[in-house]
Design a protein around this ligand. Structure first.
Ligand code: NDP
Length: 448
């Protein structure tokens, strides 16, 4: 188990004290600080001017009331969040999550991860994250619209194309971004396309943004497999979740000749030994917004399982793409026993620390979310570029840039891991490479 360097221990203790009870945030900070021991041993100057302490403290945290009226005429109240974590490299950038589990600790963990992820892309974007404990499940379009409008009515004063640029995440897709952008435009009387990404194509969105996180994660894993002289073709894969990231992960794996035999939602998972029927999955999830159990109801060769874990299904490649801490130590043991060779995180922090340790000890290729799923935010930055130049690129051009960026992220993680004495450790490589970029910019600004 990596240990925190004693010079960094007081920083973690302070984070834990100051953010009491925020378990996911503590987990994310602990992982990064574990990696930074090797940096401060080589470069003790990074301990100067409380640089690391400042990275662990958000620049600004906004918490607000979101009142809205449901279809029955009752007033509902949710809580809205935006954590503007770090703007050393550019405007705050990171998605909005609408899910009942959202609280300030979850948003802080996501915002913290986002800083390093965005730095890894090499593009000029800082780190932030936001959301609400609003549960979109079962809500009508009208309710979703009124909620989004109320949320933006407060948030808009904190946003701007040079200030803070949100996007989607769990529970926030194209429909929600449309309502949020419409309300921002109405409140500000400005057509400021670069203030949100993940927009529809007719009003300033980028081609390939919808596909980008999933495709990017597959490119990252493809490059990891390449270091061992192998590829997706002929491999069995399991992808958890069945939302935006999962669907386009499945699509790209299939294009590369792999077979995805299982996917899930929070109600259970489906196994389809002939390979997931993507058209059916998209119809269920993107068009009808139904549960994954519907897949087995409409495809007789598939089974729906509502107990146990999707990670019980044997596979060569596992791509957790649903939510944080969904893949436990027990799941990792099962995957290893079943012969998994690579794990690529499409979701943010889906593997528990124990699972990560087990994968690494077993010599399995492990791509952490902050590197492997950076294709989404990278393509959001490409959307901002297109908006700034009032241009619109082709799908092929955008996907080519995405593929190049993912190659770059893989290679800088691999090179950094090697430079710091742990070849093949993508967790260490991602944390250090991301940190160094942010730290250098912060140092240039002095104490702010
Ligand atoms: P979606 O809302 O489109 O899909 C989320 C999927 O995960 C759904 O199938 C959902 O099932 C499942 N899920 C969510 N919460 C849970 C839970 N507590 N237990 C079990 N299943 C759950 O979200 P995305 O696909 O956009 O996001 C998935 C992950 O990828 C998140 O970790 C997100 O932070 C990360 N990510 C997303 C990016 C993007 O561009 N969208 C970019 C980078 C990372 P159900 O419908 O039943 O809730």
């Amino acid at each position: 188990m990596p240990k925190i360097d004693e010079k960094l221990e007081p920083i973690l203790a302070q984070v834990q004290r100051r953010n009491a009870g925020e378990a996911e945030f503590h987990q994310a900070v602990t992982e990064v600080l574990e990696s930074l021991g090797r940096v401060v041993a080589k470069r003790p100057d990074y301990l100067d001017h409380a640089l690391i302490e400042r990275i662990c403290e958000p620049e600004r945290q906004i918490i607000f009331r979101v009142p809205w009226v449901d279809d029955g005429g009752d007033v509902r109240i949710n809580r809205g969040f935006r954590v503007q974590f770090n703007s050393a490299l550019g405007p705050y950038k990171g998605g909005l999550r609408f899910h009942p589990s959202v609280n300030i600790g979850i948003i802080k963990f996501l915002g913290f991860e986002q800083i390093f992820k965005n730095a890894l892309t090499g593009l000029p974007i800082g780190g932030g994250k936001g959301g609400s404990d609003f549960d979109p499940k079962g809500r009508s379009d009208g309710e979703i619209m009124r909620f989004c409008q109320s949320y933006m009515t407060e948030l808009h004063r904190h946003l701007g194309e040079y200030t803070d640029v949100p996007a989607g995440d769990i529970g926030v897709g194209g429909r929600e971004i449309g309502y949020l952008f419409g309300q921002y435009k109405r409140l500000t009387n400005r057509y400021e396309a670069g203030v949100l990404t993940g927009k529809g194509l007719v009003y300033g969105g980028s081609r390939a943004r919808t596909e980008a996180t999933g495709y990017g994660a597959v490119y990252f894993v493809e490059r990891m497999l390449g270091t061992r002289g192998t590829e997706f073709a002929g491999k069995r894969a399991v992808v958890s979740g069945s939302g935006n990231v999962a669907i386009y992960t499945i699509e790209k794996i299939q294009e590369l000749g792999g077979k995805v035999v299982a996917c899930s939602d929070s109600g259970g998972y489906v196994v389809d030994e002939d390979g997931i029927d993507l058209e059916l999955l998209k119809d269920i999830k993107e068009v009808r917004r139904e549960r994954i159990s519907e897949y087995a109801a409409r495809q007789s060769r598939a089974h729906f399982i509502d107990s146990g874990s999707i990670w019980d299904v044997p596979c060569d490649i596992a791509m957790p793409s649903a939510t944080q801490n969904e893949l436990t130590g027990g799941d990792a043991r099962k995957l290893i026993a079943n012969g998994v060779i690579a794990v690529g995180e499409g979701a943010n922090m889906p593997s528990t620390p124990e699972a990560v340790r087990l994968f690494q000890e077993a010599g399995i290729l492990f791509g952490p979310g902050k590197a492997a799923n950076a294709g989404g935010v990278a393509t959001s930055a490409l959307e901002m570029q297109q908006n700034a130049s009032r241009d619109s690129w082709t799908f092929e051009q955008t996907e080519r840039r995405l593929a190049e960026i993912m190659r770059g992220i893989h290679d800088i993680c691999a090179a950094t891991a090697e430079e710091y004495g742990k070849p093949g450790d993508y967790v260490l490589g991602a944390n250090i490479a991301g940190f160094v970029r942010v730290a250098e910019a912060m140092r240039a600004f002095g104490v702010i």
